[in-house]
Design a protein around this ligand. Structure first.
Ligand code: SF4
Length: 517
């Protein structure tokens, strides 16, 4: 595939370092890019797919980090650096004057993969928003990693007219600079960099009196520059995505690229749970007991509400219904379970008319006949925030600490464990809080895994309760192969599967569902 047009003849370019298709380091003067110009090169279909898929995995990793860590906190940065170093080192390579072939290849890959994902993620408002958010996060992380000399080069290369102030100027205004920038002491002033920015571009800093202003310029410390540059990056990418969306119909005719592009929309990182893995292993007569002993809190809550109210709203039905399918409830049993409960509130006839279709749909017996997978934690935590009267979502993310405390207390969880869980919840470590809940309800010191999927939670619980797996011992599990095999490998590349429900498929399924009574 060729992006954007014909490359310039070789003779017109500086003959320094070249890639296979004739691209030199002139085109990639910096490791960071604003992605203003599309790549003008030939890309094989194999490269097209692998470059973009790698970038999707990085963006999805950012998504999972956002669930567990506070954005851009030290822990967040450490985890991301570790992940990138191990898998995609190009994203942590900072700019240097003497770049080698390897760095140049990475820059090209960065450039091309970004533009491919623009094509994949411009297709709907929701996808655009997700892609924009993750690209800005990645950009901010990379920008913060760059050394100060490289920041100046980046600004120059992108015509961003923010000039670093000279040492003389810094000395001259040192009193003012220390006075307004509270986090920079006089001792740190020498090693800190300031940039001159037209004050109209940093009105938020001006309003909060966090910058020194002189002759129409605000003197912005490098730590605050990141928010200005990332705003430029966001605005430019947002416009570019809208433009790409408008020109997309031209691409629809290419039947080689469209299936690949659509595939990237799937959640490549979270494990796609095989919905047939446990088929028939659990019967509906065991559900009440299992809900107390082996269901994660989100599903225990949904089960309880379903039993009490004989009804669940849209997203609750999907979250709970697909989970039941994943633990092994067969289609026939599921139909019986839903019919029995719904009949108590709306009657059997109305259930058959309004809800039976959706159960058949969930099991791939209607519509596109897709065998949908149960939702992962990331999906539950980040999408479809529950509103009033809803019971879906993740209780560690969507409940108030008071409500959660009350609920855990009623489940006879020890005060110590409740305090620990609530602290984790307040720190936005939702899945770690869920893992603590697992440990508290299974009487184990170390679960030996981190919860990333409600169905894996159920499987791990059953394995412990049936004696198929010993709980890991925090101090002595290093050589225990069975325990370590249970630890989800966050860096493992996971291929998207055909049965992972995409947003558009989900929308289609939702649109086919009747309104709640
Ligand atoms: Fe459910 Fe996952 Fe939340 Fe646990 S962390 S309650 S399994 S969504």
């Amino acid at each position: 595939m060729q992006f954007g047009g014909t490359p310039k003849p070789l003779s017109s370019r500086r003959k320094r370092l070249r890639l296979m298709d004739g691209f030199s380091d002139e085109l990639y003067p910096h490791s960071l890019m604003m992605y203003k110009k599309p790549p003008l090169c030939n890309v094989t279909l194999q490269e097209f797919e692998s470059y973009a898929f790698d970038r999707v995995k990085v963006l999805h990793y950012l998504d999972t980090l956002n669930v567990t860590y506070v954005k851009h906190s030290q822990e967040y940065k450490d985890k991301l650096t570790e992940f990138l170093r191990k898998n995609y080192v190009g994203f942590v390579l900072t700019s240097s004057k003497d770049i080698g072939q390897r760095e140049l290849e990475w820059r090209r890959k960065d450039h091309i993969s970004h533009f491919i994902l623009r094509l994949a993620y411009c297709r709907s408002e929701e996808l655009r928003r997700w892609f924009l958010e993750k690209e800005v996060d990645l950009f901010k992380f990379r920008f913060a990693n760059e050394p100060s000399h490289s920041i100046s080069e980046f600004l120059k290369a992108n015509n961003l007219t923010y000039t670093p102030i000279s040492e003389e100027e810094k000395d001259k205004f040192s009193n003012h600079l220390v006075l307004v920038t509270h986090d920079i002491s006089r001792a740190k002033l020498q090693s800190s960099n300031f940039f001159k920015v037209p004050f109209t571009e940093v009105l938020n800093l001006v309003a909060t009196r966090r910058v020194f202003i002189h002759k129409g310029y605000a003197y912005v410390p490098q730590s605050d520059l990141i928010s200005i540059i990332s705003t430029c990056f966001r605005e430019s990418l947002s416009k570019a995505l809208a433009c790409t969306a408008r020109s997309l119909p031209g691409l629809e005719e290419d039947d080689r690229l469209i299936p690949i592009l659509k595939g990237f929309n799937k959640n490549a990182f979270s494990e796609a749970y095989d919905p047939n893995k446990n088929a028939g292993k659990v019967s509906i007569k065991d559900l009440d007991e299992f809900s107390k002993t082996s269901f994660p809190l989100c599903m225990r809550q949904l089960h309880q509400v379903f039993r009490d109210a004989h009804h669940l709203k849209h997203w609750g039905r999907l979250q709970y219904g697909l989970f039941l399918k994943g633990i092994g409830i067969t289609f026939e049993e599921a139909m019986k379970h839903w019919r029995e409960e719904f009949s108590k509130s709306i009657g059997e006839e109305k259930f058959n008319k309004e809800h039976a279709y959706n159960i058949r749909h969930m099991y791939g017996k209607e519509g596109k006949r897709t065998n949908y997978s149960p939702y992962s934690c990331v999906n539950i935590i980040t999408k479809n925030t529950p509103g009033s009267g809803d019971h879906h979502g993740c209780p560690f993310k969507h409940s108030s600490p008071e409500l959660l405390k009350q609920r855990l207390h009623s489940y006879r969880i020890s005060k110590e464990a409740i305090d620990e869980i609530v602290t984790l919840m307040k720190g936005q470590h939702f899945q770690i809080a869920c893992t603590k809940y697992f440990e508290a309800t299974h009487g184990v010191e170390d679960a030996g895994f981190q919860v990333i999927h409600p169905n894996e939670y159920f499987d791990a619980s059953q394995a412990i309760r049936n004696g198929e797996r010993k709980p890991a011992n925090r101090l002595a599990n290093q050589n225990d192969a069975s325990a370590s095999s249970f630890v989800p490998n966050w860096s493992k590349p996971v291929q998207p599967t055909q049965n992972e429900m995409t947003d558009s498929e989900l929308d289609a399924l939702m649109s086919e569902m009747p309104e709640d009574i």
